[in-house]
Structure formats: structure tokens, C-alpha cells
Design a protein around this ligand. Structure first.
Ligand code: NAD
Length: 492
């Protein structure tokens, strides 16, 4: 730990020295009005770095730079874009330690997960790099008297707005396909955790990305974020964040007729049937809610467990929850670090209180945790004896809090799983393959994992239904969003 803290301080000193500025047209720029804000450490609440607080004029400058760079980047062609994106991936790998350590300090996420998240970021660039040459590939659709050539072109400059939970990985996940498709980008990172976004754009330009292709404007959602969604030269908004913010963005952007891609909140069920491999299921249940501090859109925050095995399963689970290592995010032993910010810590603790008042039983945790630095630590918490109508079963808590509910039949399990406004992910544990198919068919979710935790294959579609989002990322789905389909019809 001491070694990691020492190294992190050295990285941070360099960042503090230059401050976190906006990056527009290949230049570091303070906010035009000179305003700044501090990003704070969730470990001890001390300021980490001073950040430019962008607004309308900064967004206008960034949109102008992105618009100016658009024709050149389109003309660059897929093969060259492939080369540049691979160079960015190489550079991310070279800087992976700095990225991981800064992500830990800025978000409170544990280094054991952030080290992998940094490399996942490089993988995202490599995957879309290899697809860049084929992004325009179209179809030939012959018809009577006409020959049709259907192809795709970049939609134009796009706005990317990201949340604070795993900001580096999520930024790469949205920006890599946009660049591969030939779009230029204005990125507005989350105000709670802006550090790694500022590293990322610099890394990309050093690796050969032309100036203006990728611009980053820091600031708050209600000013920089909202201005980005309203700007007429921004043709699409790729947004990851809360469901209610998604709906605000639709309203804000309505006058400029943008296309949207929304990855929003979740209240994802994990259903454990009595015929499941219960050891594996328990491992996955723990991992999918307590890793990444529970601050994860695909976390399985509702456990639906067969009543016949519930007592035994939950008793064992509670024991394991109590044993989870909470600690400093840079400690390699830590599983759960401090939550992002005192505001979020309060939200999570308030939900724990609500759960108690609603009559659920606190089987583990249920309190703040006195961690190193005295920051925003919350003990991993398990509620049992809950009812699906309780707020702790319906609302996204986005912390290390699991709500367990027993079910008595397969039909009841399905009904409970679907009884939520969200529909991002679901997890099923059963050894009966027919049941797995039957239940998956009925579950209202964009992604279902059977006998597995969340494992991502970049070829597969990622996204949610209901209040969890619209549109899909991954494979060609990402290009469908970042590109317009165009048909040219020839008389024959
Ligand atoms: P948030 O909606 O508060 O903020 C996300 C981003 O939107 C931030 O950059 C913020 O500044 C910006 N923003 C806020 N108001 C805005 C406005 N009016 N106009 C434009 N931009 C605005 O979300 P958060 O609290 O940062 O992140 C947590 C949420 O993100 C959770 O709901 C989580 O489930 C969701 N999430 C979803 C996915 C997914 O893939 N579905 C992945 C990660 C996180």
C-alpha cells in the first residue's frame, strides 16, 4: 500500500502542477470564464486537483474544433484510423499504472479492479481499431430496374457524456467506436472524477490523433453537459448515467433533433434456483454487487432466491459479506473502497435507513465503516426478508447494498424480476437448461447471463430496455449509432 500511495502522489503532483484543463483543438485551455472546481479524494475528502469548469463558451469552442476536424478525420480512411487507434491502445498500456492509480484516488474504486479496467480501456481501442477499415462496408441490393448501394458515413461530431463510477473504461468504450467510425468527439467527463479523462485525451494525441478530433470540456452537468446536448453542430449524444438525466437530455436536445444512445440505471435481478451450483452462484452474487463498490450499472442488486434454499444460502452469504475486505483503494487487498463522494455516501446510508424502516432485516453491514483516511466508506450490506415493493428493491442505490427476496415458484421469480422500471441486465443460476431458456425468454432485460457473472464480449450487444436505456454498444451496433446509413440507387 505505502509503495502504491507514494507512486500515486508522484503522478498526482504532475497533474496538480498543470491542473486539469479543457483540451480543445489540441491545446490545454482553462475555462474561458476562468472558473474552476476541485475534485476531491473519497479517501480523506481533501482536494486532489483543480479542474477547469467549462460552460457555454467552452462547449462552443470545442464543438467548433470538432466540426473543423470532422472532414479531415473522415478523409483519413479506415486503415489509417486503425493504425492511430492501435497506437492509442499501446499508449494506454504503457501508462496503465498511472491511469489505474489515478482512477482509484479519484473514484475510490479498488486497484485490483482498476488495474484491469485500464487494460480493458486499451482492449476497447484495439477492438474498434480492427473494425475501423470495415466500418463503411455496405450492401448491394439489386432491384428491378435499379441497383442499390447501401453504405455508412460518420454521423458528424458527437457528444460523449460519461458518469463517475468507472470513468476511464466507460470513456474508452464510448469514444473508441466513435473515432473508429470517423466521428470527431466532444467529451464531457463526470465532475466527480475528471482526472483519467484528462490523461486519456493527452495520451491519444501523443499517440498521433490529430488535434481537434477529440476535445474534452470539464464541468458540471447542468452547464457544460446541458450546453453540449443543445449545441447544433453536435449530431448525436452518447450518454451513460442516470435514467432521469437521460430524460432531461432528450428534452434539452429536442430542438436540435439529435440521435441518442443512452446507457442508464439498473436494478438487476440475480435469480438463484435451488438446482443451481450454489457455490458458484454465491461467488457470482457477491462479485456482482460488492466489486466496484456496487457502483456499477450491471450490479445484481436484487437477489431472488428459491425459498427452499433461502435460509441456508443467505446465512452463508451473510458470513461472506461480513468478511469482505474494506479499505484504501490503493491497497491490493481491498475489495470495497470508499464511495465516490460524501453526497453519494449519504444517499447510500439513507437507503440503508429506509430499508430498516421498511422492515427488511440487516443480515450484514448496515453502517458506515471507519476506513483509512476516514472518507466515504460504507460497510458491505445485505438485506434479507425484503419485499419487492420496498424502495430498497425498486430504486437504484448504486452502492454495496444487496436486497434479498425469497420466491416460491418459477413464475413468481419471473414476475419479481420484471417488477421494476429498469431492464438492463439479469443473471440466472440453474442447472436446468430448459428452464434457463424459458425464463430468459420472459425476462425484460437487454442482457441476460446464465450461470455466469457479467462477462463482456465486445462483439455482443450491450444495453438495456425500459428505463435502462436505448441503443446498443458493441460490435457493429456501435457503428450503427455513430454512422448514418446512406443508399445510392442507380438505374440499370
Ligand atoms: P448522472 O446522470 O448524474 O451524470 C452522468 C453525466 O451526465 C455526468 O457527466 C454529468 O455531469 C452529466 N449530466 C448531468 N446532468 C446533465 C444534463 N442536464 N445535461 C447533460 N449532462 C448532464 O450519473 P452519475 O451519477 O454520474 O452515474 C451513475 C449512473 O450511471 C447510475 O444510474 C448508473 O447505473 C449509470 N451507469 C449506467 C451504465 C450503463 O452502461 N447502463 C454504466 C455506468 C453507469
Amino acid at each position: 500500500l505505502e509503495d502504491n500511495v507514494r507512486k500515486a502522489e508522484a503522478y498526482l503532483d504532475a497533474i496538480r502542477a498543470r491542473g486539469i484543463l479543457n483540451r480543445i483543438g489540441g491545446e490545454d485551455r482553462p475555462a474561458i470564464g476562468g472558473e474552476t472546481f476541485d475534485t476531491i479524494s473519497p479517501v480523506d475528502l481533501k482536494p486532489l486537483a483543480r479542474v477547469a469548469r467549462g460552460g457555454e463558451r467552452d462547449i462552443a469552442a470545442a464543438a467548433k474544433a470538432a466540426k473543423a476536424a470532422q472532414p479531415g478525420w473522415t478523409a483519413t480512411g479506415g486503415a489509417k484510423r486503425r493504425e492511430v487507434l492501435h497506437a492509442i491502445a499501446d499508449a494506454i498500456e504503457e501508462n496503465a499504472e498511472e491511469i489505474a492509480f489515478m482512477e482509484c484516488l479519484d473514484t475510490g474504486q479498488a486497484v485490483r479492479f482498476m488495474a484491469k479496467a485500464a487494460l480493458r480501456g486499451a482492449e476497447n481501442f484495439r477492438y474498434f481499431a480492427d473494425r475501423a477499415p470495415g466500418a463503411r462496408n455496405g450492401l448491394s441490393l439489386p432491384a428491378k430496374g435499379q441497383a442499390n448501394i447501401t453504405t455508412r458515413v460518420p454521423v458528424g461530431p458527437v457528444g460523449v457524456i460519461t458518469p463517475w463510477n468507472t470513468p476511464f473504461m466507460l470513456s474508452t468504450w464510448k469514444i473508441a467506436p466513435a473515432l473508429a467510425a470517423g466521428c470527431t468527439v466532444v467529451h464531457k467527463p463526470a465532475e466527480f472524477s475528471p482526472i483519467t479523462a484528462s490523461l486519456l485525451v493527452r495520451i491519444a494525441e501523443k499517440a498521433g490523433l490529430p488535434p481537434g478530433v477529440w476535445n474534452t470540456v470539464n464541468g458540471f452537468g447542468e452547464d457544460a453537459g446541458a450546453e453540449l446536448t443543445r449545441h447544433p453542430d453536435i449530431k448525436a449524444i452518447a450518454f451513460v448515467g442516470e435514467s432521469r438525466t437521460g430524460s432531461m437530455i432528450m428534452k434539452q436536445a429536442a430542438d436540435t433533433l439529435k440521435r441518442f444512445h443512452f446507457e442508464l440505471g439498473g436494478k438487476n435481478p440475480v435469480i438463484v434456483f435451488k438446482d443451481a451450483d450454489l457455490e458458484r452462484a454465491a461467488d457470482a452474487v457477491l462479485f456482482m454487487i460488492y466489486s466496484l463498490n456496487g457502483e456499477r450499472c450491471t450490479s445484481s442488486s436484487r437477489l431472488l432466491v428459491d425459498a427452499e434454499i433461502a435460509d441456508r444460502f443467505l446465512a452463508k452469504l451473510a458470513e461472506r459479506v461480513r468478511a469482505i475486505r474494506v479499505g484504501h483503494p490503493l491497497d491490493p487487498e481491498t475489495v470495497v473502497g470508499p464511495l465516490i463522494h460524501p453526497v453519494h455516501e449519504k444517499k447510500v446510508l439513507d437507503y440503508i435507513e429506509i430499508g430498516r424502516q421498511e422492515g427488511a432485516v440487516v443480515a450484514a453491514g448496515g453502517t458506515r465503516y471507519e476506513g483509512p483516511g476516514g472518507g466515504c466508506y460504507v460497510a458491505p450490506t445485505l438485506f434479507t426478508g425484503a419485499d419487492n415493493r420496498m424502495r430498497i428493491a425498486q430504486e437504484e442505490i448504486f452502492g454495496p447494498v444487496l436486497t434479498a427476496i425469497a420466491f416460491h415458484s418459477e413464475d413468481e421469480a419471473v414476475a419479481l424480476a420484471n417488477d421494476t422500471e429498469y431492464g438492463l441486465a439479469a443473471y440466472l443460476w440453474t442447472s436446468d437448461v430448459t428452464r434457463a431458456f424459458r425464463v430468459s425468454e420472459q425476462i425484460e432485460a437487454g442482457m441476460i447471463w446464465v450461470n455466469s457473472e457479467n462477462v463482456r464480449h465486445l462483439d455482443t450487444p450491450f444495453g438495456g430496455v425500459k428505463a435502462s436505456g436505448m441503443g446498443r454498444d458493441g460490435g457493429d451496433w456501435s457503428f450503427d449509432f455513430y454512422m448514418e446509413t446512406k443508399n445510392v440507387s442507380f438505374a440499370t
